[in-house]
Design a protein around this ligand. Structure first.
Ligand code: PEP
Ligand code: MG
Length: 850
């Protein structure tokens, strides 16, 4: 059996669990940690019970009390509660009673019996609590007779419930306790809970058998302290110290001492030397663990003992400030600090807040469960949230309360509102974990899922589909969309991103469709360019949609030409702005992609006002719109197929791009080299046809304006065939950009827009490990990407390879891209810092051969 002394150097977390690992680090750093032994595997220890008993017999010292503590592999894997005062029996009790405070001796024994009974003998806690109540005011128990009486009654109850007397043999107590803890660890619910937190099926439990230091009496005590503000991450000591911990201590009631406030009854005043020891301990522990600790300690007879070292709790924002401080004081290197960051959690810090001066129509308040504010359509089910998100719509998920089945819906939503719940309810915990603004426990509201409305009292204040805003920073629910202001992530992110940008090799670009998007993205700094400008979004502005729809519907060549020229002017001015904002950085412009019907109204709707605006009679209009009908438009007339069938659209776009580039480059210090990208390609001939016409237009611009317009041409790899034919394609283009949204859709044969209907069940039942639209499917889609990059680079050694699907903002997918040596990923603006940090982490891991 493996049993190690806690003080024999640093014990590994993998083998001895997190608690033993940290305590051994503290001991190795020279702090006083109560002596103890660590069993690496509780189950293995008791498999040979006789051998184990021999070991424990050798360890246990006569008259000594022990604590048995669980040391799971990770803090969130659970594990049985600590058992205190093991070894307690009549003999020790009698000694304590005659040598010390008899009330304390009684209470210690009583607690030992109760906790042992519950943990080892599976007894209920309630009868013991009732017993205590029946003895009256327990905290003011001043008569020793009553105290003795309570102890006797407790023993009697224990005997009545178990049928035997309380175990007197310390070794046997410990052996039984270890058996009980090993059993508890293997219980089905414990297994399920820890596996949900990522524990392997065969996760073992280490146990620490440690000498007790109680800190009993009025001169001694127990405390806990942390050294950074949990909200801001600024250095600030806080905590509490308690003397007379056993409350049935006769005339001496429990006393609390503040650690943070020197003016209140404080530890500093109570015991300056102990306070000093605490400060010194912090320095040693922080350096030893390279993180901000929360320390549990005991002061006994002037000695300062560390009994537990945990990581201090902190908000994601505070965690960055703490990392910065740790790097500043040399406890961590920048690269170690980067590896500590959960890149995904950065998203929550980047959410906008409601402008405090903006008018707002508040409909309820609740608990501010997860910071940030978000606006979207109110949806009442996770399915609806996923379906809407798949179409790029922002939604707020409104539920009575959430459960595990809602996690994917929460991922899809921009914010969450629940009627029930508190700060640690499911919605609050999950929302904080994924950085989603959330208000929970908005109890004044009633949601009616069937009728599709939210009521306050008798009044309907909102219907499903209405625009709603949740302010997770202040716990407010607002009707409509009040003015937002950009996020304030704090200064630490600047340092973190500086470290990340210095170490990462892979580029990070941004998906930005409009000049506004581009401006917002540049504020994050370190962005290498625009990796995807979905030009169709430029047609949705005021006046433009009408020109676009009229152009699509027109049957008169002259009118079409005119409308195309109007669109060209609009596009040109957008591109000029984009190029100016990006100051010579790459801008990847994707030619028109969506099916044309997306620019037209639904033919079954009332077309009266639209018919007036386009000046086409309603019935003709309906007929023309219907003529564009496709059974499966996502696999129909879209992407490059539009460019082949209606070449004038791509030509118009190419002209706008080149004219804009020529205009900007006249003045620019660094000329822009537009990267023109063709969507949904599946055959090289498609590219050749489009390329010929783009080249011709470029030559025309050169002749007209007597200026060169250098540009790169590329294709999106969004169909499996494009991935497989990447070698051939790369002979005629300069870059490939992996469009993993469509590529995932087409590889799985799984509609992006409808997957929400069954994805939850698929993921819940483990059919898919993850939603492949959120996190890249490395095995399938990933293999296509690897092949495409390999074949492409094989034919064109200068080929640029990027990725611009949603996966470009997902840490796991970004790691994959870095591993494959992609030149860049491109993601939405708020995900830029995530991508920069994830790319840096991948680089560090690659360099250090993790
Ligand atoms: C893609 O398919 O991955 C992509 C980026 O294009 P879109 O999402 O516009 O289809
Ligand atoms: Mg696509």
């Amino acid at each position: 059996m493996q049993i190690h002394k806690l003080h024999d150097g640093e014990l590994s977390q993998a083998e001895f669990g997190i608690r033993a690992h940290r305590l051994s680090q503290a001991a190795a750093a020279g702090l006083q940690v109560p002596e103890g032994y660590v069993m690496a595997d509780a189950q293995a220890a008791i498999d040979d019970l006789e051998a184990f008993r021999v070991v424990i017999t050798e360890i246990v010292e006569p008259g000594q009390l022990y604590a048995l503590r669980a040391s799971p592999g990770r803090p969130d894997w659970g594990g049985p509660y600590t058992l205190l005062s093991l070894g307690m029996n009549d003999e020790i009790h009698a000694r304590l009673k005659s040598n010390g405070d008899p009330f304390v001796a009684n209470e210690l024994y009583r607690q030992a019996i109760v906790t042992y009974g519950i943990a080892v003998k599976n007894l209920e806690a309630e009868p013991f609590d009732t017993l205590v109540e029946s003895f009256g005011d327990f905290t003011a128990m001043t008569s020793i007779d009553r105290s003795d009486g309570l102890l006797m009654a407790t023993r009697a109850l224990y005997e009545a419930e178990t049928g035997i007397a309380f175990q007197q043999n310390p070794v046997q107590q410990i052996v039984n306790a270890v058996q009980a803890m090993a059993r508890g660890w293997q219980a089905p619910t414990a297994r399920i809970l820890r596996m949900a937190k990522g524990a392997p099926v065969d996760a073992h439990l280490a146990l620490i058998l440690q000498k007790m230091v109680h800190g009993l009496g009025s001169k001694n005590g127990v405390g806990r302290a942390q050294f950074f503000d949990a909200e801001t991450g600024q250095p600030a000591i806080s905590g509490i110290f308690v003397t007379n911990t056993l409350t049935a201590g006769g005339a001496s009631p429990k006393r609390q001492w503040s650690i943070s406030d020197p003016s209140a009854p404080s530890l500093k005043k109570f015991d300056a030397a102990a306070f000093e020891a605490l400060i010194k301990a912090e320095d040693k522990i922080t350096n030893a663990i390279g993180d901000a600790p929360e320390v549990k300690f005991v002061i006994e007879q002037g000695r300062f003992y560390v009994t537990e070292v945990m990581l201090a709790r902190r908000t994601p924002r505070a965690s960055l400030a703490i990392l910065r401080a740790l790097v500043g004081r040399g406890a961590l290197s920048e690269q170690q600090a980067l590896l500590r960051i959960d890149a995904g959690s950065i998203a929550g810090m980047l959410h906008p807040q409601i402008d405090p001066d903006a008018p707002r129509e508040s409909i309820a308040s609740g608990i501010a469960a997860s910071p940030g504010a978000a606006t979207g359509r109110a949806v009442f089910s996770s399915e609806a949230a996923m379906a809407a998100a798949a179409q790029g719509e922002s939604v707020i998920l409104v539920r009575h309360e959430t459960g595990p089945e809602d996690i994917r819906g929460m991922h899809a939503a921009k914010g969450v509102l629940t009627i029930r719940g508190g700060n640690t309810s499911h919605a609050a915990v999950i929302a904080r974990g994924i950085g989603l603004p959330a208000v929970v426990g908005a109890q004044d509201l009633r949601v009616n899922y069937t009728e599709g409305h939210i009521k306050r009292g008798d009044e309907i204040v909102m219907r499903e589909g209405d625009i709603i805003t949740v302010d997770g920073t202040h716990g407010e629910v607002i009707a409509g969309a009040p003015k937002m202001i950009e996020s304030n992530i704090g200064e630490s992110i600047d340092d973190v991103l500086r470290w990340a940008n210095a170490v990462r090799r892979m580029g990070v670009r941004v998906n930005a469709d409009t000049p506004d998007d581009a401006r917002r993205a540049l504020r994050f700094g370190g962005v290498e360019g625009i990796g995807l400008c979905r030009t169709e979004h430029m047609f949705f502005g005021e006046n433009r949609l009408s020109a676009m729809s009229r152009m699509i519907l027109s049957q008169d060549d002259n009118e079409r030409d005119q409308l195309l020229r109007q669109l060209e002017r609009d596009q040109r001015s957008d591109f000029i702005e984009l190029f100016e904002i990006m100051k010579g950085k790459p801008v990847t412009i994707r030619l028109l992609d969506p099916p044309l019907h997306e620019f037209l109204p639904n033919p079954e709707d009332d077309l009266t006002s639209f018919s007036r605006s386009v000046d086409i009679p309603t019935d003709t209009l309906r007929r023309r719109i219907r003529s564009l009908y496709e059974i499966n438009p996502m696999l129909g007339m879209r992407g490059v197929r539009l460019g082949i069938v209606f070449p004038e659209i791509y030509e118009m776009q190419a002209r706008a791009i080149f004219q804009a580039a020529a205009a900007v480059n006249k003045e620019a210090e660094k000329p822009v080299v537009p990267e023109i990208m063709i969507p949904l390609v599946s055959a090289v001939r498609e590219v050749e046809v489009v390329k010929a016409s783009i080249d011709r237009i470029a030559r025309g611009i050169v002749e007209d304006q007597a200026t060169e317009v250098p540009y790169l041409l590329g294709v999106m790899v969004e169909t499996p065939r494009a991935a497989l034919r990447a070698g051939e394609l790369s002979k005629v283009v300069q870059f490939l950009s992996m469009g993993t949204n469509d590529l995932t859709q087409m590889t799985y044969g799984l509609s992006r827009d409808d997957a929400g209907r069954f994805m939850r069940k698929y993921v819940q039942d483990g059919v898919y490990e993850e939603d492949p639209f959120l996190t890249l499917d490395i095995d399938g889609v990933g293999e296509l990407l690897v092949e495409a990059a390999r074949r492409g680079r094989g034919q064109n050694k200068d080929l640029l390879v990027g990725l611009c699907g949603e996966h470009g903002g997902d840490p796991k997918s970004i790691h994959f891209c870095a591993l494959q040596n992609f030149d860049y990923v491109s993601c939405s603006p708020f995900r830029v810092p995530i991508a920069q940090i994830a790319a840096a982490q991948a680089e560090i891991l690659l360099k250090t051969n993790f």
